[in-house]
Design a protein around this ligand. Structure first.
Ligand SMILES: [Zn+2]
Length: 208
């Protein structure tokens, strides 16, 4: 906890004075235009990667940036779906980005059953990646398959987003756009999904 308190004090000394007016405005209500669905992994933080200020991003993080299937029955606790519904129905969203990342442990667990075996709840969550496991089964090189599965898991989440009626309605009406990306931990490279081709293309960073 000492590390967190130390970090909080640093925030109050440096960032708070800069953001104070912003927070005063945000106290009246949040109006983020982007929802980012990312992995819980500590290395793939959307606010850091997109240089976002407080109030700019509504973020859902879970294992492997996974969107579960649309299951409207109220018999279980739909954490991700509840956050998605709130964001789409109550915030002025213009876009939803699903962001996977390199060295994703969730993807590793989907490719190796032993990883999730001793961790409660994880197996059934990881099972959600089964379609991507199948779609990458033809890639024989383990490392290449891992990378491709990180990308395909993003495609899968985007497909599942469209199964949520309130998402599909807005996408089809042109008021909401869906995007996919994958962040490279080691090289900092963000690659963005081109929905027309299904390929992920690196974002160029011009030297300023
Ligand atoms: Zn991950």
């Amino acid at each position: 906890m000492d590390r967190l308190i130390q970090g909080y004090r640093e925030f109050r000394r440096k960032r708070w004075p800069e953001e104070r007016a912003n927070f005063a405005e945000l106290a009246k209500g949040q109006r983020p235009e982007f929802l980012v669905i990312a992995c819980s992994d500590s290395r793939a933080d959307p606010a850091t990667i997109f240089s976002a200020r407080p109030g700019e991003l509504f973020v859902i993080r879970n294992i492997a940036a996974t969107v579960p299937p649309y299951e409207p029955e109220e018999t279980t606790h739909h954490g991700t779906s509840a956050a998605l519904a709130f964001a789409v129905l109550k915030l002025p969203l213009r876009g939803i980005l699903v962001m996977g990342h390199a060295q994703c442990g969730g993807v590793a667990a989907a490719l190796d059953n032993q990883i999730a075996e001793s961790i409660p709840f994880l197996s059934s969550w990881i099972d959600l990646l089964e379609p991507s496991r199948g779609r990458t089964a033809h890639i024989l090189d383990d490392a290449a398959r891992h990378v491709e599965m990180e990308r395909d898991a993003v495609r899968l989440s985007l497909e599942r987003l469209m199964a949520f009626p309130f998402v599909a309605e807005r996408v089809n009406g042109g008021t909401l756009s869906l995007y996919g990306a994958r962040f490279g931990i080691a090289d900092g490279q963000l690659e963005v999904l081109d929905t027309a081709s299904g390929n992920f293309n690196p974002v160029e960073v011009p030297v300023s």
